[in-house]
Ligand binder design. Sequence first.
Ligand SMILES: [Zn+2]
Ligand SMILES: [Zn+2]
Length: 1021
Amino acid sequence: MDNQERFKSVNSRVSFPQMEEVILQQWKKEDIFRKSVEARKDGPMFTFYEGPPTANGSPGIHHVLSRAFKDVIPRYRTMKGYYVPRIAGWDTHGLPVELEVEKQLGFTGKAQIENYGICEFNSMCRQSVWKYKEQWDKLTERMAYWVDLNNPYVTFENGYVESVWWSLKQMFSKGLIYKGYKVTPHCPRCGTSLSSHEIAQGYKENTIDPSVFVKFEIDKTTMFEAKAGREIAVKAGDHKVYLLAWTTTPWTLLANTAAAVSAKDNYVLLQNGNDYLIMAQTRQVPADLGNWVTLAQFTGADLLGIKYMPLFNPHNYSILRQVFKKGTPELFEGNIDANLRYPIITADFVSMEDGTGIVHNAPAYGEVDYQAGMDNGLSFVHHVNMEGKITGNYDFSGMFVKKADKYIVAKLQEHGNILKAETMEHTYPFCWRCDSPVLYMAKQSWYIRTTEYKQQMIDGNEKINWYPAYVKEGRFGDWLRNNVDWAISRERYWGTPLPIWACDKCGKMECVGSVEELKNKLSENSLPEPLDLHRPHVDNIKWACECGGYYVRTPEVIDCWYDSGAMPFAQFHYPFENKNIMCDGRFPADFICEAVDQTRGWFYSLHAIATLVFGENAYKNVICLGHILDGKGEKMSKRRGNVVDPFTVMNKYGADAVRWYLYTASPPGNARRFSEGLVAEVQGKFLNTLWNTYSFFVLYANIDGYNPLTDKFSGELTELDKWILSELNELIKDVDNSLTNYDPTSAGRQIEEFVDRLSNWYVRRSRRRFWKSESDSDKLGAYQTLYACLTTLACLLAPFTPFIADEIYQNLVCSIDKNAPGSVHLADFPSYDKSLIDPKLEEATRLAMKLSSVGRAARAKAQIKVRQPLAYAVALVAEREYVYLAVIKDQVEEELNIKDLRFTVYNEDFDSQNYAMAEDSGYTVAIYIPLSQDLEWEGFIRDYAHRVQGIRKDLGLEIADRIILTYDGDDYAKEVISSFDDYVAKETLAQEIRQKNLRGADDATEFKINGFHVAILVQKA
Ligand SMILES: [Zn+2]
Ligand SMILES: [Zn+2]
């Protein structure tokens, strides 16, 4: 050591945000991110997929959460020697983009978009996508999320679209894409579906609608199929028996194909004269319809097997009847059947609160009806066009459905199918734009038959490591087990066009899988240049069919979730370029990370597409994050005004503090609270402790000119040094393990605990070793140990808190070692030395820490000042810990300022007159309070020395400055002080001590110790 300052001096009151800004500039200037990736080019590949955010909304704190967890694993793997390229991506299609542009243009409907021109509209969408890109880039950079922003994949680019087309063609060729229906709220005037938030705006109370009790005649030949059939047949004899249902939309009765009952509720057969009805036991026949007698009782399930006659057989009215392939939305044409019968089914949605307990089911006109249609393989009758008018050749064909209601009821009355018809007031949704009544209607939709791959997706999921593990069988497993075919088409404009062309004459379909293929279709015409694979450009492409018709593109675009799920190959324009991604490590991903809502979003779309197209999984390991809540645990929302702006918090406390909080506050899968206050707490508890330890080291190392490269310690390290090195190596092992197992939270908490031990035990107990003015070997051992701890910590922390880690590393390592990499992010992850791990020593020291803390509590109870030495303490420990007494005796005695530490394994009686006691988690420490004169004097002189130190500090003396110390006081004080000259000289670096009358001396400081008067004067020597 040579009294030369080696390290940049460290301000103990650091501004973390300022420090981070400086480091950001440096990373940028030196291109550290790219270097960190390129340096590992020859290492094994570790593949990370970025779930593409959409850039047409500002980033929020939940994005910081997912990006923090996305960042930590690739950084760790890089330090472990893996090659981890990280490509950013942007999700650029979809309704949110369109809505933003519609808002800008003041549009309220699709008709306006089409009048305006799809071409112009889509080019505005293309622009709008980037509205907040700058903010996103800024956030990404500021929080040190390392991902390649310069070469991102963009889902609207032709190459990306072409890859998506290719994958759809793979599915189409396997027969996995088909056309079905989907029930949505529909405005018959605007000709479009309404989203749930649009529906919510248009409910009207007091709407007058029909209220009709309808009778469905049972086919008595089917009676004996049902449990209750025999009894009903016996009781009703030759009379007709009807199922009684109730509806407010008579127009849907034309499409009725089933009657639903509740399986476990009771139903009854009622009689009134010649009328026989079945309905729920707890529901009533309208009061004015006379007296009804109950003839029989049975459950809804007992009715299963009974069939009834259609009110209107669709085949008689030129209406197509289709039939669901059971369990799917797929429909087949039903045969013409004059004896058509519909079944009774059981369903959960049947309520005993209104109606008759028998629900008329029309799969084309209700979401639950449609679901029941799929579940039971029912008939599907759709007799209404998109304008809400009745088709076919009924008496009321061509009428708007609401107008047709009364004619339908009249017709049914004629046939004896109405028990009672009246009107009622209720709440009904209207179009918020045009005030038309909303109709729930089945609309054509394209599906991917994912159900055919359900088992394969479930089997594939078995091989995915989920963190937390319960997501595998929980949310994601549930979602797969309840898989339904994926409705991928959207009747919109800005999206990947569905590449299916159908002949306008014969209906033959072709799916186009590449631009080349499209070119080849056009024998005489060529593709427009420049080619844009969006609407309306692709809509204009047509070619002739053998039948004389023309292939015309089906107008829909696809669900943008399909786009993002195709990213594993579409980002590489596979298979048109990068043909080898399937075997060079770029597929599947080793790691992905998003929030739990993606189990139905991106996690699923990735999994489904990879399974259907490649028969493989798209990813191996997933961190699935819980939601982020405000400081009180409430959901964050603009309406509540509790949204936290990520920039505000990062600019105040630094990105490291935010990141560290997110990693350590709770395990990834849990919901976590977030607020400025919580981040401030983390900064105080963890980052400041670390920083203080670091600045303490630099301060003393610079005073002593410690050079870690040349000042090598060669003797036997102290127990304290050995202990912290043991803890350090244990920590390396644990952090490595936790990060390998995708558990940054455990890793972070282990680091936190270590920093606490380092600061509050190792450094505190080593302070004196650094103060001593001579450089002896013990001091060198302390420097070497603390240096090892800090530089290793920097490496362990690099994936978590990349700024402070690099700050420490650059100052402690790079500044003195020209051969070191220029940044901690170019360094290797530390490996641990097993020979330095000593579990017994760790256990002993942890015992010492525990007993010291319990002992301090005991002292505090007795209100004895810390500097007053006491005679002894007795600690109650476990029997196996007895052996540690010799190892920790000195430490605990020093910590508690007692002369002797004794162990006991028996719960002895300590009288409270003479002992102060405290207990914590099974450990009791009893301190003997009475003082001898020696102890009293010692307490006095320690207090005195402490005062001198305080005055040194007030005078602004350097730690190594020598002083001349003059004292005065009461006789007792003088007697005590004079008998401790050597001790005082050593403690306060006094080169000379004088006893002199200081009465009236202006520059003297006067105070009382134990009630005695003392005066001192400190002068620099
Ligand atoms: Zn409308
Ligand atoms: Zn054709």
